[in-house]
Every structure is written in C-alpha cells, then in structure tokens.
Ligand binder design. Structure first.
Ligand code: TMP
Length: 209
C-alpha cells in the first residue's frame, strides 16, 4: 500500500465535511491524486445503510449494538471497495469520519464496551487505520451556533449529555493515540482551522508525493 490515509472526526457541526473538502482541493492543487469519501454511505450498500441508521424512522428503537454493526458493515464495504484499492493505487484518501466515530458515538455516547468495539473495528477494517486523524474539537455552544440540535437525522436528535460523552470519547482517543490523532481547535474561523489542518498534514506528509 503506497497511498496516504487521512480521516476527519468530531461531533456533529464540528466542520468535518467542510475541512475535508478544503483539504482535498489543497492537496489536488499540490499535484496529489486525492479521493474524497465519507461514512456512512459512500458505497452502494453504504447508501442503504446510511438511510437505515440516520434517516429511517422506525416505530420502535434501533438497538445500540445493531446500530454499531450497521456502521461496521458500512465500513467493511467502504474499506474493501474504495479505501484500500485507492491506497493501493497510490492515492491520498480523505475520509469524513472513520473508526474513531464508532468509538466516540457508539462507545462513549451509547455506552458499548470499548474493547469489543475495537475488536469489531479490527475485523471490519482488516486493521487499516489512517496515518493522520484530525479531530476538530468544538464545544456544544459552538456547535449550537452552527445549527446543532436542529438537524433532522436520528443521531443528531440525541440530547446534550450524549454529545458531551461523544466529545469526551474523541478526547480520550486523542490522549491515547497522540501519534495518529491531532486535535485542532474547530471553534476558530474556517480559515484559521484550515491553517492548522494544513500544518498537521504538511508535517506528516512531507516526502510522500
Ligand atoms: P454526517 O455524515 O452528517 O457526519 O452524519 C453521520 C452521523 O453518524 C453523525 O451523527 C455521526 C454518526 N456516526 C456514528 O454514530 N458512528 C459512526 O461510526 C459513524 C461513521 C457516524
């Protein structure tokens, strides 16, 4: 595998999609071949799973473990159909969300056992982890100013306590893997956040073009 894998993580409204897209343009302009992708949903199967986990409104509750396996199924398909082949072809892959979202949302948010989750993630991904994960850290006040809480999807409808736990989950990941996960203050202006993101990426990618 000769490509370079970068993921963006954070609570809802932290800016992962915006920053991932800015980084795609920036790296393309520096002559990298870049693939932008996201979870859940960027394969044919994944699109169906995204509908089930986010948009579908069942009459009952979706069980937390069932939800976690749906995200894991999306990820297995995503890795094998798109991420790994793109890396094998020498491309830079930038994913809006990956494994750390499951640890934060299903582990810290829903309270599922973290060791079990890590094992299942390892099966789903075949052990493939990003070279760099950028955690855009925002507090709930900032997220709310950006429209958090007004979102219609099933997970965005969770309460503040849930998102506080999710944020703690990202913080715990950052503390335990400082060589992979980089914290960027996502409450700054977009241009300042992007400057910080570029610094992290430039520091780690030098010599990979
Ligand atoms: P987004 O595409 O707008 O970021 O929405 C994805 C939502 O799904 C977001 O609330 C985070 C959540 N999610 C999980 O709970 N677990 C996961 O493993 C992933 C990838 C996303």
């Amino acid at each position: 595998m000769s490509g370079f894998f970068i993921s963006f993580e954070g609570i809802d409204k932290s800016g992962t999609s915006t920053l991932a897209e800015l980084l795609v343009d920036h790296l393309q302009n520096s002559s990298h071949e870049v693939v932008f992708t996201y979870e859940p949903g960027n394969t044919e199967l994944g699109g169906e799973i995204r509908h089930l986990v986010l948009d579908w409104k069942p009459q009952g509750e979706i069980d937390a473990t069932a939800e976690m396996f749906l995200f894991a199924a999306d990820r297995a398909q995503h890795v094998n159909e798109l991420i790994r082949p793109s890396l094998d072809a020498g491309k830079v892959v930038i994913s809006d969300r990956y494994v750390d979202s499951t640890l934060a949302y299903q582990g810290y948010g829903r309270g599922l056992n973290l060791n079990d989750l890590r094992m299942i993630q390892n099966v789903a991904t075949g052990g493939l982890m990003p070279a760099i994960t950028i955690w855009l850290d925002v507090d709930l006040q900032t997220a709310r100013k950006r429209g958090w809480g007004t979102g219609a999807d099933r997970i965005e409808k969770e309460d503040e306590a849930f998102f506080k736990r999710v944020r703690q989950g990202f913080a715990a990941g950052y503390k335990s893997e400082p060589g992979r996960i980089f914290r960027v203050d996502g409450s700054q202006s977009i241009s300042d956040v992007f400057e910080d993101v570029k610094k992290v990426v430039a520091g780690r990618m030098s010599g990979t073009k």
